[in-house]
Design a protein around this ligand. Structure first.
Ligand SMILES: Nc1ncnc2c1ncn2[C@@H]1O[C@H](COP(=O)(O)OS(=O)(=O)O)[C@@H](OP(=O)(O)O)[C@H]1O
Ligand SMILES: [Mg+2]
Ligand SMILES: [Mg+2]
Ligand SMILES: [Mg+2]
Length: 343
């Protein structure tokens, strides 16, 4: 079966990264673009890189990942580097599946640097967001370890580990950390999407909702208003006839929740000038597509992951089932035209 061992390795990598026991979630640093990064973001990138290298030793190795080692190589980063190294070694020791001597700080830097690839349309590339929704993670809300594989520019498998997303369906009032076991979603091209509890229970196939009437639909959007225009989504929802208030959750947990029918629509409209990155959508996109949903930009184009680390989309990203997509696209077009003429 194509990509079977790759999927098994990806599930193992994302699950192990989700088991990090972080002492200080508030240990947040600011990157050069002012966005937050924590010890756990780096630790997760190291663990995923480590597991993929171990599980797939004979395969040429390329990862396009969010984090880099630049700040950790500076004098001011030495404390953080030490804490990442301890965190990774504790996680590997608790798990016990790899008998290795503890990683050194050099090993950690090298593992982070494995994520330097540029991706593209030739060959295979892993795409990793070690912690997607860092702000959600710091708040104790939703976040995801998101890992996908590109083959000749197409996403062929994806895994989303969502440690704070309960394995049962969420309503709008059950969004906060479950303090229990989280959810794992995974999909392989042409083989459907599946979920299982992060503690390894049996897997079940997931499908997006079959709702046809927008009045019965609910929609997801970013928790952070800085990441997606809440005004534009409410105008789209109103045009479509959606009655329910928005459900705001961080990260690609939105794609996971949508793939099992917890909500019907995901709307994402970043503010002017922001360029989407492939690691924020690759895993979520294949999980939802294999669950029967559609992921497009606001002009109705499928997402193109073959152009390197950026994802060039027209205006925003919209996700829903096959039945609702035509009316959603129409509502999006109207709302965007209205916005343009009001400027
Ligand atoms: N200005 C701006 N506009 C749009 N998107 C941005 C912006 N800044 C960051 N990001 C990316 O958003 C990722 C977080 O995903 P979400 O927006 O779905 O979640 S959240 O509600 O904002 O927490 C987040 O992913 P992580 O950095 O992995 O947390 C970013 O890649
Ligand atoms: Mg980030
Ligand atoms: Mg992200
Ligand atoms: Mg991230």
């Amino acid at each position: 079966m194509p990509y079977e061992k790759e999927l098994a390795a990806a599930k193992k990598a994302a699950t192990l990264a989700s088991l990090q026991r972080v002492l200080l979630q508030s240990d947040v640093h600011s990157k050069s673009d002012k966005s937050p990064v924590t010890v756990a973001d780096y630790g997760s990138q190291v663990l995923v890189s480590f597991v993929l290298e171990r599980e797939l030793p004979s395969v040429p190795f390329s990862i396009v990942a969010e984090e880099d080692s630049g700040d950790l190589r500076k004098e001011s980063g030495q404390d953080t580097l030490k804490r990442i190294t301890d965190l990774v070694n504790d996680t590997l020791a608790n798990d016990g599946s790899y008998s290795v001597s503890p990683l050194t700080t050099e090993d950690v830097l090298r593992a982070i640097d494995n994520g330097k690839s540029d991706g593209g349309s030739v060959g295979r590339h892993w795409v990793l967001d070690p912690i997607d929704g860092t702000k959600g993670f710091v708040r104790g809300d939703q976040y995801a370890i998101a890992l996908a594989l590109l083959d000749e520019g197409k996403v062929v498998l994806g895994v989303l580990a969502c440690p704070n997303l309960p394995p049962t369906s969420i309503g709008s009032n059950q969004l906060h950390s479950s303090n229990g076991v989280g959810s794992l979603f995974f999909a392989k091209v042409g083989h459907g999407a599946y979920t299982q509890a992060l503690d390894g229970s049996t897997e079940t196939r997931v499908h997006v909702t079959d709702i046809e009437n927008p009045e019965e639909a609910s929609f997801f959007e970013s928790y952070e208003a800085a990441h997606s225009s809440h005004d534009l989504s409410s105008s789209i929802a109103e045009k479509l006839g959606v009655k329910a208030p928005p459900v705001r959750i961080d990260s690609q947990a939105k794609y996971g929740a949508l793939s099992r029918g917890d909500g019907a629509i995901y709307l994402r409209f970043p503010h002017r000038g922001y360029r989407e990155k492939i690691w924020d959508h690759a895993a979520g996109c294949i999980v939802v597509s294999e669950a029967g949903g559609i992921v497009m930009d606001a002009a109705g184009n499928p997402l193109d992951f073959s152009k390197g680390k950026f994802l060039d989309v027209v205006a925003g990203i919209i996700v829903t089932n096959q039945k609702l997509m035509p009316s959603l696209l129409k509502a999006v077009k109207e709302a965007l035209n209205e916005k343009a003429s009001s400027l």
